[in-house]
Design a protein around this ligand. Structure first.
Ligand code: SIN
Length: 305
């Protein structure tokens, strides 16, 4: 199992990872994040331990894996994702009734453009245990547009200035479904949502439970630091709001640095598998009124401590 492995260390060039039964061709897509896999069928990987193990190792290394031409059934899609761990539904986005855990992200003519995805985020950090990852398959895509961007948040942390690393060590932040998915709801519905998902607190720098990497763990769901207001940071009360707000905005803005990103152009039956602990993503909302249909199996994650 790779430990704190960085794509640059091992694989700028196309590589093959060979198991006893399968050989996967791996082509990194950037120097920082993402690789495309060739010679793999995820339906087969849902049934083959050795193939699944190879894919999981590659996922820890590249953080997001891409495959084309995955003409697999919904049952195979959820079976493959469930090899990583139990799946979970989304309290706001609907799932396929026949396949619990398979969330439908369908944007069609009835969708209002303002309801499209449009913020860099790590999935569901409003959960006490945010998802470990997800497997997203494209069912229908616009002729052009609707790409998705992923960001390597371990790299975003690694390249922070040292004085910022010192300042954020030990900081913790609250994340909110109420302030995001709940914001457009009537107050009663919003309060009910918040009662089901009370705003959790996560470390600003999270340690990856499998690779040991340190990860910058704030995103569009993060509302505020919970332990910034100390004598080291705040001389007078007047310092608190600009100091905390500016620092949080700066940290959140790091996901927008192109050097940490990969951008993927979808085709029907393309699949992305991502490690949600060490990445953020953004579905580009440039295609309305074209239709875009994606199905996402989200995998339950660990508490962040
Ligand atoms: C998501 O935000 O999980 C979905 C990304 C996409 O639709 O490309």
């Amino acid at each position: 199992m790779p430990q704190t492995m960085h794509p640059r260390e091992g694989a700028p060039a196309p590589a093959r990872t060979g198991g006893r039964r399968a050989s996967i061709r791996v082509e990194p897509l950037t120097c920082t994040i993402g690789a495309e896999l060739f010679g793999v069928n995820l339906g087969e990987a849902s049934r083959d331990d050795d193939l699944f193990t190879q894919i999981k190792e590659l996922l820890l290394r590249y953080k997001v894996l891409f495959l084309r031409d995955q003409d697999i059934s919904r049952a195979e899609h959820v079976a493959f994702a469930a090899r990583f761990g139990p799946l979970e539904d989304h309290p706001v986005a609907g799932s396929d009734p026949a396949h619990p855990g398979l969330v439908r992200i369908y944007k069609d003519l009835d969708s209002k453009p303002e309801h499209y995805e449009n913020a860099l985020h790590c999935d569901a950090t409003w959960r006490a245990a945010p998802p470990m990852g997800a497997v997203l398959r494209c069912v229908e895509t616009p002729e052009v547009g609707g790409d998705t961007i992923w960001v390597n948040m371990a790299e975003a942390y690694r390249r922070l200035p040292e004085h910022i690393k010192a300042q954020v060590a030990g900081l913790r932040a609250r994340h909110s479904i109420e302030a995001t998915f709940g914001a457009a709801m009537a107050a009663e519905q919003r309060h009910e949502l918040k009662a089901r998902f009370p705003d959790p607190e996560h470390p600003v720098v999270r340690t990856h439970p499998e690779t040991g990497e340190e990860i910058l763990f704030v995103n569009a769901f993060t509302t505020h630091f919970v332990n910034y207001h100390t004598p080291e940071n705040v001389r007078f009360g007047q310092d608190y709001a600009p100091g905390a707000g500016n620092l949080l905005n700066y940290l959140i803005s790091q996901a927008a640095v192109p050097e940490y990103q990969v951008r993927w152009r979808w085709e029907k039956n393309s699949v992305a598998i991502w490690d949600n602990r060490s990445t953020q993503h953004y579905a580009v909302q440039d295609y309305w009124p074209a239709v875009r249909k994606m199905e996402r199996a989200g995998i339950v994650g660990d508490a962040t401590f």
